[in-house]
Design a protein around this ligand. Structure first.
Ligand SMILES: [Zn+2]
Length: 80
């Protein structure tokens, strides 16, 4: 059973979801990356070798307020 989240703004029930990045017709879940952003000539922003966590976003069904968490480590193959 999913964890119940209560909206800190209005007390309504919040539902879990996620946001995506869209690039050239592909969709990718938003990731939290450790540290400061560093430029990369190949990918524009360096994320290789850095800790990544998928962002879980809760949305209030009553007022629409969103709140995000990044607790689990990313286990997907891409990006490295
Ligand atoms: Zn609310």
């Amino acid at each position: 059973m999913p964890e119940l989240h209560i909206c800190p703004k209005c007390g309504g029930q919040m539902e879990a979801g996620f946001t995506v990045e869209m690039t050239n017709g592909t969709f990718f879940p938003t990731l939290w990356i450790e540290g400061e952003p560093e430029p990369s000539s190949w990918t524009l922003t360096k994320i290789k070798g850095k800790l990544k966590r998928p962002v879980v976003t809760y949305r209030c069904r009553a007022c629409g307020f969103i709140e995000s968490y990044a607790t689990k480590e990313w286990t997907g193959k891409f990006p490295t």
